[in-house]
Design a protein around this ligand. Structure first.
Ligand code: CS2
Length: 494
């Protein structure tokens, strides 16, 4: 069916049974930074359901740093798009209909800042990925040497959330200083608390921002939240699925699993939507939810991505079903991650892990190993540092966690003479260039691994100086290099 013959999505054209929020919101109570697939299938859906069921003034004005194509399509489609919820054998379409405006890039910065400064905005939510927090593993504070942070300290057009937020809050103070909540929805442990601490550290670097520092302390809250839904990138087949189901043109549908979970602290300085009516869990145990999810889901996800990537598995389900990956996956989950955490009250580890296996088996969704394997340098430290250190402290060797790190390094910065294959080549990483340089200038693989731990600052100094951990990583990297990933797996599960 040629796309041009179809009408684009608009409020008048979409079937009302698919549209969650029937009336277009008039007010943007929420400004979201990081307009991408995850936001569109998570916060947007929860908020649309909450608004439809309980009302309130919670439309979302969304901003993307660079995805002009997405924002142009959002604008062309009345800010509507479909979420294609793909289960193992069913799929269903919902259209949140919650967005009021979509903005993109440096040109829209003044509008974004004005919108955050406007007292009608009560919440600024964030999905900027782990890399968007600029956390220095060396100091656990802000990576002040990063060029984006340097740019923002110089108060140029902001490139990071810190510059955006600081400039917006300055204006908000001038506008009367109405209270605000900044809600991180990223996979960062203690995301809210950390975001608040990093923002304060950033503001302390600016001259003339003491009013903003005072305002943050008195009137801005940063609830922690654990977000969960597997949301792959949009492929042509999702566009076709949406088109067939809707008989309308949607250039930007979002594929998502049916499962969704959100646990958050009820600490909102200026009110919030009734997200609980959409299934959100308000709890004082967010940290336990976060740790459970970051280690069991995300940690094991990284393993599936790197071991699978090196074995040529294009998707997470292909990796999960690979007979050789089954054992390290089980060992990582039960022997290396699980002993490092306490499950939230009322949740059983066996049930949660059982559910993870079925989520990873969703072949129809076909989440890609290259997606999950991207940005390992900002994801892995949060996922496996504490489990690895706590295993070592108890006299156990975190073999599969070390193998995950070896496999990641061989994917993103393969030592000369090793070809990790085309899936590994698709994995992006903000540290890729520096890691490749390190690998190319090391005299042998052993020297590369030792320089990685002493020079890259990717893992904390505690983990990087652990002889047990670094030797395991080197050992598995050597085996991957000389005998292949299957042999390295065999060694790690022995
Ligand atoms: C994944 C996550 O990208 C990754 O590393 O582990 O995006 C994962 O799919 C989500 O956290 C699921 O909620």
């Amino acid at each position: 069916m040629p796309m041009t013959s179809l009408q684009a999505l608009s409020r008048a054209s979409v079937p009302t049974d698919k549209l969650i929020l029937k009336q277009k919101p008039l007010i943007s109570g929420i400004v979201h930074i990081g307009l991408g697939n995850f936001h569109r299938a998570h916060l947007a859906v929860y908020t649309a359901i909450a608004m439809e069921k309980s009302g309130g003034e919670w439309g979302i004005c969304a901003y993307s740093m660079r995805n002009k194509k997405l924002v142009d399509s959002m604008n062309a489609q009345d800010n509507l798009y479909s979420v294609v919820e793909i289960g193992p054998d069913t799929e269903e379409i919902v259209i949140p209909g919650i967005h009021t405006r979509s903005l993109v890039g440096a040109d829209a910065m003044p509008e974004l800042i004005a919108q955050i400064a406007n007292p009608e905005t009560k919440i600024v939510s964030l999905t900027v990925t782990e890399a968007g927090y600029y956390i220095s593993q060396a100091t656990h504070g802000l990576d002040l040497s990063h060029p984006d942070i340097q740019n923002d300290i110089a108060q140029k057009v902001p490139k990071s959330i810190y510059g955006i937020l600081a400039q917006s809050l300055k204006l908000r103070v001038a506008n009367g200083g109405a209270a605000l909540t900044i809600l991180s929805c990223d996979n960062v442990s203690e995301n809210g608390r950390k975001c608040g601490a990093l923002l304060k550290e950033f503001v302390s670097q600016l001259s003339d921002f003491s009013d903003v520092a005072t305002f943050i302390n008195s009137s801005v809250t940063f609830p922690n939240s654990m977000v969960d839904r597997i949301v792959p990138g949009t492929e042509e087949r999702h566009i076709e699925m949406a088109q067939q189901r809707l008989s309308l043109e949607d250039a930007i549908p979002v594929p998502a699993e049916k499962f969704t979970m959100w646990a958050l602290e009820d600490n909102f300085a200026a009110g919030r939507p009734q997200w609980e009516v959409a299934g959100a869990i308000f709890t004082d145990e967010v940290e336990a939810f976060e740790v459970m999810k970051l280690r069991l889901l995300n940690g094991a996800h990284s393993l599936l991505a790197y071991l699978g990537g090196l074995k040529g598995c294009e998707t997470i389900p292909a990796s999960r079903f690979d007979p050789l990956i089954e054992k390290p996956l089980h060992k990582a989950l039960f022997d290396e991650y699980l002993p490092s955490l306490t499950m939230p009250t009322g949740l059983s580890a066996d049930q949660y892990i059982g559910q993870l296996y079925s989520r990873w088996s969703n072949t129809a969704l076909g989440d890609k190993t290259a997606r999950v394997g991207s940005d390992g340098s900002t994801k892995l430290p949060q996922r496996l540092t504490i489990p690895a250190l706590s295993a070592i402290a108890q006299g156990r060797e975190p073999k599969v966690l070390a193998l995950t790190v070896s496999a990641w390094l061989m994917c993103v910065a393969p030592f000369k003479g090793f070809n990790p294959g085309e899936i590994a080549e698709q994995m992006k990483d903000p540290s890729k260039d520096s890691l490749v340089l390190l690998s190319q200038t090391s005299k042998d693989l052993s020297n590369f691994i030792s320089r990685f731990f002493s020079e890259s600052n990717i893992f904390s100094s505690e983990l990087s100086s652990s002889q047990v951990f670094t030797s395991l990583v080197e050992n598995y990297a050597q085996i991957i290099y000389s005998r292949g990933i299957d042999e390295a797996i065999a060694a790690a599960i022995s």
